[in-house]
Every structure is written in structure tokens, then in C-alpha cells.
Design a protein around this ligand. Sequence first.
Ligand code: ATP
Length: 365
Amino acid sequence: MNADLVLENVTKRFGAMTAVDDLSVTVPQGSFFALLGASGCGKTTTLRMVAGLEELTDGTIRLGDKDITGLRAYRRPVNTVFQSYALFPHLNIEDNIAFGLRQRGVKDVAKKVAEMLDLVQLPGFAKRKPAQLSGGQQQRIALARALVNEPQVLLLDEPLGALDLKLRRQMQIELKRIQTEVGITFLHVTHDQEEAMWMADTVAVMNNGRIEQLGAPTDIYEYPSSPFVSNFLGQSNLFAAEVSGKDGDDVLLTAHGERFAAPVGRARSTDGRVWLGVRPEKVRLAVPGEEAPASHNQVRGVLTDTCYAGVSTEYLLRTPWGQEMSVFSANAAAGEPLSPGTEVVAHWYPPHSFVLDRPAGSGDD
Ligand code: ATP
């Protein structure tokens, strides 16, 4: 039975403020789907409407063939895990997990609770109280408490937000494992782009109550559809350019008097005003005495900053037209990073470029 979660033209207004704006999206059954966006973009409101905690101003929400738009929260086959674990402090772990089951008069409660404790890898914890658990352990119990109800969709609202970075990483791996094991649809809200990319099969980047781009993590990172997405997912270098022609499968571009190439397949726009983009880690540096490959796109510059971070070094260089460009270099070989003031040629393989539309008034005119 199909149990895709489908939002159709969903809008939520709070007075004059539109928090979610005519949003349509399908979350395939069994997928790990992330809603990613900055604070205030409407992702929590979207999740709350799926949970039944917020009424829609307009639109429809369906789960498989069933319209759940008007269904009360407790009647929906969904459960939510919040950033605050919201465990009952006076109940032990076993009773916390069993709470919903007992309310519904479900049988075999002890067995189900034990299975859940195994799933979240906390088998001996049944008799402890929440206060005797670490934050990460409490979040696992919150997850167990939601999953024991066998929801069709699990909603996760910044569930790892309260954890420190190392624990967060561990829990990201755990969550992914658990989702694969139970096969339930996970709809995960986060503002952390790395977290979304690490865990989700599909990431929807939200901006101003709308989905700006949706795709697999590699798609949205390698082929961003707009400067917003490109900047939100890590760093990118964007040069204001004009398309000057075509050469086989490449579009030819001119930016600040220099010539560049990019494959047609990586261009959202193949004429007129565009942004030429390249991610910092795709760029190499040729130092004086080194030759950059002639087929590469090239930008001459002077290093203005060098940040050594162990695994990599991050360079900033200033282009002849005064723009700053970022270059990440993996420190694979031993050696000193280049010093500020060094004259370099930044260069990259043309297929690592991407080309975005640059409507009038969007910058660098
Ligand atoms: P965050 O990551 O900060 O939670 P978000 O992307 O989840 O942000 P929402 O919480 O969905 O964003 O909020 C979207 C917009 O709607 C915000 O501008 C917020 O101020 C507004 N908003 C949310 N809930 C209400 C409410 N109950 N009343 C009025 N405005 C609200």
C-alpha cells in the first residue's frame, strides 16, 4: 500500500505573515527526507502541520490515499521527536516508552519495549529514570518512545540540536541506521546543512516558506539551482558573467574580461547574464613557476589569508577585479601552507563549474 506523504499547495499564514507559501512536495514512503533551511523559513511550521499541531490556512495533506488535513493530531499515524526530549521525569525508561501503548491497550508491551531498547542500543536501561541518562541517551529513548507506536511517518524537529558536536555526529549515524532498520519515513527538520546531507536521501532546501530546491544531497550540492542554495550549502565562488558563445558541449563565458568554459549540462542558463560558480574544494592553486593546465578555467590572484586546519588549508585570494575567492586544499602531502602575499593562479577543471541565472538587479551590475 502506498503511504507517500503528499503536501499539496499548503499555505500557513499567521495574521499578515506567510510562514509557508503554497508548498507542494511528496515525501516518498520509506525515505529519509530533510527539510533544510535557515531560522524562520517555515520548516517547523510545515512539520507541525503534518503532525496536526497547526491548522492549514490552505491546501491538503495526504498520507497514501487518505486525506489527513482535518484529522486530529492523535488520530494521525505520525509521531514527533522534538529537540527537547520531553520524557516524563517521574517515570522510568520502560514506562516512558510504554506510555502510549498502555493508553491504547496494546498487548505485549514488555516485549515491544525490550525490542525498542535493543533498537536504540540501550538494553539495560529499562529501570532507570530519565535524569540518570545523558542527553544523547535521553534522545534515543525519545526516539524509542516515538517508534514503538509504529507510526507511518516519524517527524524529527531538530532532534539533535541540544547535543554537542561529537555526540551529534554519533547520533546522526545512529539515526540513519535506525531509519534503515525500521524502514519508516523520516521527515527531519534541520538548519544544519551537513546534518541534512549526511543523513537524508532527499533534501528540500527551504527559503521564505517555499522549497527552493529538492534533490539528493549530491545533486543539490553539485548542481545548486540558485545563488541562495549554492551559498546555503557550504561555500561557493560566484562570478558575474555573460555567456559569449558555445563550443561543442561547453558554454563559453566572459567574466571580468577573462574567458571561462562550463559544460552545457551544468548550466541553468545558456545565454545572457549568468553566475559562474565553483566550489572552493574544486579549485587548485598554481604557484609561481608552476603551470596551470591550459584547458582549466583560471583566475589570477594574490593570497590574502591562509587558515591552516590540519586536514585542510583554507585560502582566500583577491582577484584582479577585487573579489574574494575561497580555495580549500586538502593537506594530503606534508608541507607548509602558502603564505599570504603569494601570487597564484587558481584553476579548475571546467566540468566542476556550474552556471546559474543572473536576473537583472541580482548583483554585480
Ligand atoms: P526555526 O529553525 O527558528 O524554528 P523555522 O524555519 O522552523 O525556524 P518556523 O518556526 O516555521 O520557522 O516559523 C516561520 C515563520 O512563522 C517565522 O517568521 C515565525 O516567526 C512565524 N511563526 C511561527 N509560528 C508562529 C505563531 N504561532 N504565530 C505567529 N508567527 C509564527
